[in-house]
Ligand binder design. Structure first.
Ligand SMILES: [Zn+2]
Length: 206
């Protein structure tokens, strides 16, 4: 598994696979940076954890090289259309699966930050990619607050905290942490409520 380096990236991008083939999760906004890390490996698919520009702005540009399909949950089609002229290729749904390099990514619908937000769980790698569902600092807001605080908390509780505690959480913004850590912090996030924006809390402005 690779990350795409580069300070000031709009969001974290992840590349899962082996020496031959990869899946790109959240390409961000700079296709060249992503393709640089992919190298000559074949891109099987681009998966967008949700439709916000900072995470999926470069999706079609990354997809073009290998004519790879782009996957998005249909709940985020509206957000997608604001930044792209052509539609995504795959409508993801809860329980859907992608296979790459001998591992499986399972789609978990986790709405709240956006209607079509998903997490991707990889049991073989003990990781879950959470997009903006949850970061180390808690549920991720938009610039103008939380679109649906209650649903986002429900999604964290039912989809993320039910994973094995040692699972690494690889979020759309900020540093990685674990399900065990999220579990410890969850009550304080609930208690803080949707109106708090603690200093340093992750926000997806775009
Ligand atoms: Zn977002």
């Amino acid at each position: 598994m690779d990350t795409v380096p580069g300070r000031g990236r709009s969001a974290n991008s992840w590349i899962v696979g082996d020496d031959e083939e990869v899946i790109v999760i959240d390409p961000g906004t700079d296709a060249a940076e992503v393709l640089d890390v992919v190298g000559d490996r074949e891109i099987l698919a681009i998966i967008c954890t949700h439709g916000h520009a900072g995470h999926c702005g470069a999706a079609l540009d990354v997809a073009r090289r290998d004519e790879a399909p782009v996957a998005l949950h249909p709940g985020d089609r509206h957000a997608w259309r604001e930044i792209h002229d052509s539609p995504p290729d795959i409508d993801m749904e809860d329980g859907g699966k992608f296979e790459v390099g001998g591992v499986t990514l399972e789609v978990m619908h986790a709405p709240g930050h956006s209607r079509g937000s998903v997490c991707l769980f990889c049991e073989e790698l003990d990781v879950v990619f959470t997009g903006d569902v949850v970061s180390e600092t808690g549920p991720v807001a938009r610039a103008d607050g939380f679109p649906n605080w209650g649903r986002q908390l429900d999604a964290i509780g039912s989809q993320v905290l039910t994973l094995p505690p040692e699972t690494r959480i690889l979020p759309g913004h900020g540093e990685e942490f674990t399900v065990a850590t999220a579990e410890k912090r969850f009550d304080s996030w609930v208690a803080a409520g949707p109106d708090r924006q603690a200093d340093g809390a992750e926000v997806d402005p775009e």
